[in-house]
Ligand binder design. Structure first.
Ligand code: GCU
Length: 647
């Protein structure tokens, strides 16, 4: 697309296919998509593509062997020919992108037949896009990449080419579902469900050729807001009937509609509590309406008291999701998926894995990540989240299954994309989107390999090593200059960018660090604290309960300790803070130099955009270092062992 960055699908990535002879067998809309891709590559690079039957020889055969909706494909290379087979259109499309990723290697040597299939059936992006511009949150809530791809100032944006280009990128990294509006459903957005469903159908039409189903965030109060009923009580017959009827009309407009996303009783959104009903009652009424059409309701577990009194030391926001939902295990309908944020708080730089995951064996859970970098540098800082997500997905809540295996309802990320020409504002933030899709396909994939794959597709070979250096450790670097040892929330309130150590300390949001002159951290132990550590199964409840066994990086999440508490690393807490804040800034300086060295090896516009963001990252990292270090020096009175300048 003109004027838009090709991201991980530059024309060059199609050269190996486009210079060869390809045979495509089978019919159907997704086979047409595959054909379109290959034909375009051949036009550009001089190869040939045939359909169904044509004289030999072929370098590549892409063959649909059935007519189901399977996403699996097989890949093999034998006798100088590469063959991909699939029984469903989506599988064939994923097989094509597999060949694209392999590049020239797909046409060399031989390779036994291997079957590839996604480990998670649902791989979803939630857009926090508003239809109307919200007075505080703007067009995209927590969006750092310009406006919305779908909506503009109250209307459908109508740029169908761009939506198609987006679908193509998503399919190439394995994503198969998109929720097109914000979980906070305001007035204009509510109407997408009824009188504006045609606008959602238009988006669905563009994404369908890439195997992507569309979902909608809806308000729990819709029967009142849209239907004029006097109640939204989930056990009311009229309410049930309204949801059933409304949903059947949605399916008339969008036969392959994915389902609903609901944020209920959460940060002011309406929900079943108003009627004395449970969240299972709430979810099940929507599930019943979706069930005849094979749709799913994604019910979010982000339910907590956001009007807490900071003086109250007994309430612990981290406990909330578990306390609310574990008693409901077994009560959710089969097509209701409980969507749980990966950590107990809210996408901080470092959190433990939510204890809810693994604690509801009779409920389908989806795990929610945040690709949009609300708390991780807002796409002005380089922060590749692959290692964080991978740690979460590999975590085993108890002996047995990993989080990646327990996420039977799928993996969801809050999208980091907007109408920015580079899609994600910071061009290197594209790596987060790509990595998310690939991890959702295979949760135990090695993140470094995914990074290499993304770099290989996106950049010329001579830039690869440098790009890898600046991305690889960037999350840990970000953690160093921002959030020590599992402390969160030391950010500016509201927009969440930049440091403010006490910004949330006396707020109603349940987000405290309790720093005083002697120490810092939240006592979440069973013995003397909020009891949160006891929500984990063994061994983790025991590991987290004691400061001796608690991993350093989560120490202050679970414990209130003195500044001279000695970490496993051998350093005191306060010296660790000083050291990591100095190191973090040095690492940003070093990364910036590496990036400068890539001038001439990276497309000029992309290079310039990243270079400009590095200026801001460095300024901001220094601000973080100086504010955090000064604050804790003044609080504790403990000098830096190395006598560095602290203000
Ligand atoms: C965070 C974020 C909000 C968002 C909420 C959610 O609190 O700051 O903007 O609405 O998460 O996940 O619902």
């Amino acid at each position: 697309m003109q004027g838009v960055d090709p991201a991980w699908l530059p024309d060059r990535a199609f050269r190996p296919i486009g210079t060869r002879r390809t045979l495509i067998r089978g019919t159907g809309p997704l086979v047409d998509t595959v054909h379109g891709e290959v034909a375009r590559a051949c036009e550009q690079f001089g190869g040939r593509v045939e359909r169904d039957a044509a004289p030999e020889p072929f370098d590549l055969v892409l063959e649909l062997t059935g007519d189901d909706s399977s996403e699996a494909f097989t890949y093999e290379r034998e006798g100088g020919r590469t063959t991909v087979t699939a029984s469903g259109g989506p599988g064939l499309l994923y097989g094509l992108f597999h060949v694209v990723r392999l590049g020239e290697a797909a046409f060399q040597g031989s390779h036994g037949r291997v079957e590839h299939r996604p480990e998670l059936a649902l791989r979803m992006l939630d857009h926090w896009d508003n239809v109307a511009v919200h007075p505080v949150m703007g067009q995209v809530e927590r969006g750092y990449a310009g406006g919305s791809l779908f909506w503009s100032d109250g209307r459908a944006r109508g740029d169908m080419d761009r939506i198609r280009a987006y679908g193509r990128l998503l399919a190439a990294c394995g994503i198969n579902a998109v929720a097109v509006n914000n979980v906070n459903v305001h007035e204009a957005e509510a109407h997408l469900l009824t009188d504006r469903i045609g606008e959602v159908a238009d988006i669905a039409r563009e994404l369908r050729p890439y195997g992507i189903r569309v979902h909608l965030s809806v308000t729990f109060a819709a029967p009142m807001v849209l239907g004029g009923l006097a109640t939204a009580d989930p056990l009311d017959e009229g309410v049930r009937g309204w949801w059933a009827e409304t949903t059947s009309r949605v399916y008339e407009a969008i036969p392959d509609f994915g389902g609903y996303v609901v944020k209920a009783d959460s940060e002011g959104q309406p929900g079943p509590f108003a009627y004395g009903r449970s969240h299972a009652d709430g979810a099940n009424v929507l599930a019943a309406a979706l069930e005849p059409f094979d749709g799913t309701v994604h019910w979010r577990a982000f339910v907590y008291d956001h009007r807490q009194d900071w003086r109250d030391r007994t309430t612990d926001r981290a406990r909330a999701a578990y306390d609310h939902f574990v008693p409901l295990d077994g009560q959710f309908a089969a097509n209701a998926v409980l969507q749980v944020k990966h950590g107990p708080m809210d996408f901080q730089v470092r959190e433990p894995v939510s204890p809810l995951i693994g604690a509801m064996p009779r409920t389908r859970l989806a795990v929610e990540m945040q690709a949009t970098q609300e708390y991780t540098g807002q796409q002005r800082h380089v922060c590749w989240l692959g290692p964080m997500w991978s740690e979460v997905l590999r975590f085993r809540p108890e002996e047995g299954a990993s989080v990646g295996q327990l996420a039977r309802g799928g993996l969801v990320a809050v999208s980091n994309v907007g109408d920015d020409p580079f899609w994600t504002g910071h061009p290197l933030a594209q790596a987060n989107l790509y990595t998310f899709g690939r991890l959702a396909w295979q949760p135990d994939a090695v993140p470094g390999r995914i990074l290499d794959e993304w770099i290989g597709l996106t950049f010329e070979a001579d830039a690869a090593a440098g790009v890898r250096v600046v991305l690889d450790g960037s999350w840990r670097t970000y953690e160093k200059y921002t959030a020590p040892l599992g402390v969160g929330w030391m950010v500016q309130p509201g927009h969440h960018y930049g440091p403010s150590v006490d910004g949330y300390e006396y707020s109603p949001w349940g987000t405290y660090h309790f720093a005083d002159r002697d120490g810092i951290g939240v006592d979440r132990t069973v013995a003397t604290g909020t009891g949160y550590a006891g929500q984990y199964a063994k061994p983790w409840s025991e590991v987290y309960e004691s400061p001796t066994s608690c991993p350093d990086e989560l120490l202050l999440f679970f414990h209130h300790v003195l500044y001279d508490h000695v970490l496993h690393s051998g350093k005191t807490v306060i010296q660790h803070m000083y050291d990591t804040h100095f190191e973090g800034v040095e690492e940003v300086e070093a990364a910036q130099r590496v990036w400068q060295g890539l001038a001439g090896l990276v497309a000029p516009a992309r290079h310039a955009r990243v270079a400009e963001r590095y200026e801001e990252q460095l300024r901001s990292a220094r601000e973080w270092r100086d504010q955090i270090n000064s604050y804790f020096l003044r609080k504790s009175g403990v000098a830096d062992a190395h006598g560095r300048r602290i203000h």
